[in-house]
Design a protein around this ligand. Structure first.
Ligand code: NAD
Ligand code: WQD
Length: 341
């Protein structure tokens, strides 16, 4: 059985990916420092898969502890690296935290695995690297724009580090997946997104408003040059996104990749406006959402949705869940966690 290390495997996207890896027959070793997750997530993973992954509580900023980990687990077959800090606003206030947690930790891991032969490496990148792209849907070869935030910059730098390292280290094979907007939860409602404090992202803000934790959703601007004036994004069900990691990993394990560093957009290819997301929520939850239109949020791009041709044709992956299915899963998850907490 192939052993895969998943950093940040108790987080939102990581936990869904651990589930898909275990269902696909991989053995998983999770590294997480619980800075943005909890050990309870393990129970959800076990309830879905009937299998407990190995969990190692470790802060990847601790270089010695990370070296010890890779010395202990010296026979691994792949790494999926999710662990990072991801709050755009916080990264503006505390950039060094972001450069340390997102860039230094990547370097530490690469230093360890470059000593080993041929370990496939999957990196969590983001559509944020495109900024406001001129071409829509956005292809992978669209120009990378100057990052708006230190967080976005850590993803650009991460990709550059990986590209340079694959050129220099024989046998290192990397796939960078540029996620668009992940939403939703596992259909069993055993795992999902658990934002700490006030959610910055649209969908958890919607579900928390509907459950009564927030008074109303502020829609950030309706004067954009779009069909209804609100911004357009590509909202992808987190389970579809998780499955893309398993497929990318299999590509590297079977050595069908053509280059040592490949980049794929992971989105649905469909753009939805903020108002369409609200309509979808109201449809599946059968209730009206309390919202009002406010001013624009600084830094928001007008539109971003993926050209997914490369992932469709080369990976043989495509998103299958609809926006309604994703919104229903997010709503079921919200109701479940508020009942149990
Ligand atoms: P998350 O915060 O839910 O998960 C990250 C996990 O990493 C958490 O469990 C956290 O405790 C852990 N972690 C953070 N720093 C660590 C460290 N130093 N050592 C060990 N563990 C550490 O985030 P997520 O939404 O699941 O995102 C996963 C990855 O995908 C991140 O790299 C993020 O930048 C990227 N990404 C996320 C989105 C999104 O909208 N959620 C979009 C594009 C890219
Ligand atoms: C979506 C839309 C808002 C909240 C962020 C990161 C990006 C990536 C994905 C990691 C926008 C609108 C939102 C609210 C609103 N993450 N909105 N009211 O900004 O596309 O991307 O997450 O890599 O880097 O920047 O996602 O969910 O914050 O916003 O009207 O309370 O919803 O203006 O149009 P975004 P989001």
């Amino acid at each position: 059985m192939k052993r895969i290390v998943v950093t940040g495997g108790l987080g939102y996207i990581g936990s869904h990916t651990v589930v898909e890896l275990q269902l696909a027959g991989f053995e998983v070793i999770i590294i997480d420092n619980l800075s943005n997750s909890s050990k309870d997530v393990l129970k959800g993973i076990v309830n879905i898969t009937q299998k407990e992954p190995t969990f190692v509580e470790l802060d990847l900023r601790d270089k010695q502890a990370t070296i010890s980990f890779f010395t202990k687990y010296d026979n691994i077959d792949g790494i999926i690296h999710f662990a990072a800090s991801k709050a755009v606003g916080e990264s503006v206030v505390n950039p060094l935290l972001y450069y340390e947690n997102n860039v230094t930790t990547l370097i530490t891991i690469l230093q360890q695995i470059q000593k080993k032969e041929n370990i496939p490496f999957i990196f969590s990148s983001s559509c944020t690297v495109y900024g406001q792209a001129e071409q829509m849907p956005i292809p992978e070869n669209a120009p990378i724009q100057q990052a708006y935030s230190p967080y976005g910059n850590t993803k650009q730098i991460g990709e550059e580090i990986l590209l340079d390292t694959t050129k220099a280290v024989n046998g290192l094979q990397v796939i960078s997946l540029r996620y668009f907007n992940p939403i939703g939860a596992h259909p069993t409602a055993e795992i999902g997104e658990l934002p700490i404090g006030v959610p910055q992202n649209l969908v958890p803000f919607i579900t928390q408003t509907a459950i009564g934790l927030r008074k109303e959703l502020a829609v950030f601007g309706n004067d954009y040059p779009t069909k209804d004036g609100t911004c357009i994004r590509d909202y992808i069900h987190v389970v579809d996104l998780a499955k893309a990691h398993v497929i990318a990993l299999k590509r590297l394990l079977s050595k069908t990749n053509t280059e040592s560093f490949e980049v794929f957009n992971i989105g649905t290819g469909k753009g939805s406006s903020v108002l369409e997301v609200i309509e979808s929520f109201e449809r599946v939850s059968k209730q009206k959402l309390n919202y009002s239109i406010t001013s624009r949020r600084e830094g928001d791009v007008v539109a971003a949705y993926a050209n997914t041709t490369k992932a469709n044709t080369i990976l043989g992956w495509r998103a299958i869940s609809s926006l309604d299915e994703a919104m229903l899963s997010a709503w079921n998850w919200e109701q479940k966690i508020r009942k149990t907490n």
